[in-house]
Each structure stands twice: as structure tokens, then as C-alpha cells.
Design a protein around this ligand. Sequence first.
Ligand SMILES: NC(=O)c1ccc[n+]([C@@H]2O[C@H](COP(=O)([O-])OP(=O)(O)OC[C@H]3O[C@@H](n4cnc5c(N)ncnc54)[C@H](O)[C@@H]3O)[C@@H](O)[C@H]2O)c1
Ligand SMILES: [Zn+2]
Length: 363
Amino acid sequence: MGSSIIQSTGYDIFIGKGSILELNAFLQEPKFCNSRLFALVDEFTAEHCLPIVSSFVDRFKEIQVLEIESGEASKSIEVCTRLWKTLGEMGADRQSLLINLGGGVIGDMGGFVASTFKRGIPFVNVPTTLLSQVDASIGGKVGVDLDHLKNEIGVFSSPKAVFIYPDFLKTLSRREMMSGFAEVVKHALIADASYWDFVRNTNVADGAVWQKMIEYSIRVKNSIVQADPYEKGLRKALNFGHTIGHAIESFYLESPSQKLLHGEAVAIGMITEAYLSHLKTGLSHKDLKSISNFIMERFGYKDLEPMADHRLLELMMHDKKNVGEELNFTLLKAIGSCEVNCTVDTYMIKEALKFYRDYQSWN
Ligand SMILES: NC(=O)c1ccc[n+]([C@@H]2O[C@H](COP(=O)([O-])OP(=O)(O)OC[C@H]3O[C@@H](n4cnc5c(N)ncnc54)[C@H](O)[C@@H]3O)[C@@H](O)[C@H]2O)c1
Ligand SMILES: [Zn+2]
């Protein structure tokens, strides 16, 4: 069982079937062999992923498991408070290690809880969704939501290592797979035209492509993060699809009756921002069509009608990536290359939302 290793900012990322054995070896390293071990899980990763860890990790019996309820609603400061208290009651000290076993919610919140408990204890990420394997588990951003504002509270803090075992994806729902696939699509669009050709011909349900897809995607994200770990400039490339995408996601967070996954919102964000790229940064009409058609075909059309443009614009204005009143976007110059810090006025944003809403008629 082999694995590839990618080096990030001060930690290694292991990808492949062998990554779970690397986790086992890591827990036996001298610096952690006397550490108390804790794992953060939700009910689904407790059911599907913990048993896999238990069959490969020799120290499994020592691991004290903290379980939270799955879902974005758990990514809150209230749940963090509960976890800090529980860690204290269970005897966690500065040498203890937290293993985040789950998707982006577990990784973001577990990383934040670990980074702030007793001024910071070490943590590792064992991501179990496609989204967390290709995106959330690397890059050092950890945090929680504040009411309906996504990732409003957080810090930059890196894990000690990341272990990516693609076979965890076998139990993931198709909808969650597609949510992660949106980030894969984004990585290709912002950085690599040849990867876009691979992605366009990928059937995400086919386990045979997972390792290559995850590795390729992480290489894109990792090289951007390494060049700009604190998001001073270049890292904003990763925001493609996310300015409008986040606003749509936040809009849905405000409405308890409907649910939209992160990647589903980003898919809409990528179509609308590809349209802005056509207007502002020279993305050709042919590329705009090829991006929009592909995303529509894979993700389907979502009725944006209930979303008021003015509320979406308010949410975009609030986005911390915007400076002052100007709306800041990362746009595509062509497939595989992008430009950060493009300012766009609200009229164009409304046009982009209209472009999406009118999809049926322009096809
Ligand atoms: N830190 C970052 O850089 C970064 C980047 C992107 C996204 N994020 C964050 O990540 C979060 C979304 O992550 P996500 O999409 O992984 O969501 P998630 O963590 O909510 O997981 C999705 C669902 O899948 C279940 N699940 C997880 N692994 C499973 C498995 N192997 N089999 C069956 N079910 C499984 C979970 O229990 C959950 O119900 C958001 O909060 C987002 O803000 C962070
Ligand atoms: Zn994202």
C-alpha cells in the first residue's frame, strides 16, 4: 500500500492507500509516542471511518473520541466551548494530539479548537470527504462560523501532517462527492489547462481516478498556498467562484428550510464569475461556454429566483475579502490562468446573476 508525499509549509501530506499506515507510524514517532491521543469525529465518520482507522492504527485503543453532530450548524463557537471543556475534563495537556477525522467541518473546527486550547496543541488532519481531501485539510485556515457568517472567526494554523486515504470516499454520498468536485474543477480552471482536460473527462464516481485527481488538485492548491501562506496576494487565486459562491451559500444558511452544499454554491459562483471574466479579463466566449456547459451538465441548474440580488450583494459586501466598498474578484484570463484583485461594479454582478438565471434561454 503506497502513498505519495507532498511537502507543504512545515508539514507533509500523505496521499494514497498507504497514508493510513503513515498515520500509524506518525503516532509512534518519539515526539508523539507519549502524547495523549484524541480524535474528533461526527456520527458518520464514527460509523464509516473510525473502524478503518482502528484496523490500521496500533494505538487505537488509547484514542479518546469526541463526537459532534454532523453538519455546518456544528461549526460554531458554542460547540468549540463544549469541546474545550471536554478536552480539559478528559485530561488533555499541551503535549496531547488531536486527530481530526472527518470532512471540512471537523477539520476547520478541530484545527481551531486545537490551535486555541491551552494556547495551542498539535493536530493532524485525516480528511474523509472529497472536499476536505482536495481543499479544506491543507492551507492552514481553521475556524468557525458566527451565526450565519461563514468562517468569520478563525486563525491560520497548520496541522503537523495530513493523511489522505482516498477509500474513505467509498461511503460518501454522490451529492457530497460533487460538492468536493467543484473545488477540483476550480483548481483546474485557475491553474492548469491540461488538468482541465483530465477533469472534463473524469467520472468522479470511478474510484480508479481518485488518487490522481486528489494528488493533482492538492499540488495546485499547495503551490499557491506555499507562495502566499497568509493570503496577501496570490492565494486569492483560490477565491475564484467564491465571492458570489459564498454569498449564495450564506443566503441559504439564513433559510433553514433549504440546504445548499459549499461546492454547489461554488459551482454557481464559477459560472457567474466566468461570465464576469468574459466581460473583464478576456476569457473567450468559447471558454465561457465550455465552462458553463460543463458545470451545468455535472451540477444541474439551481433556481436562483428566490434570492434577492440586493441581499446577495449585501452579503458580498460583507465578505472579508473585499476592501472598502469595492467588490474584489479573482477572474479567469483563460482556462488555466487567472488574475487576482479585479474590481467589479454591482451592475456587472447583477448581469452575471442574470446570465445564470437565463441559462435555459442561452443554450
Ligand atoms: N479551511 C479551508 O481552507 C476550507 C476550504 C474549503 C472548505 N472549508 C470548509 O469545509 C466545510 C465543508 O466541508 P465538507 O464538504 O467536507 O463538509 P462536512 O464536513 O459537513 O462533511 C459532509 C458530510 O459528509 C459526512 N461524511 C464525512 N466523511 C464521510 C465518509 N467518508 N463517508 C460518509 N459520510 C461522510 C459528514 O458526516 C457530513 O455529514 C465548510 O465548513 C467549509 O467552510 C474549509
Ligand atoms: Zn471552497
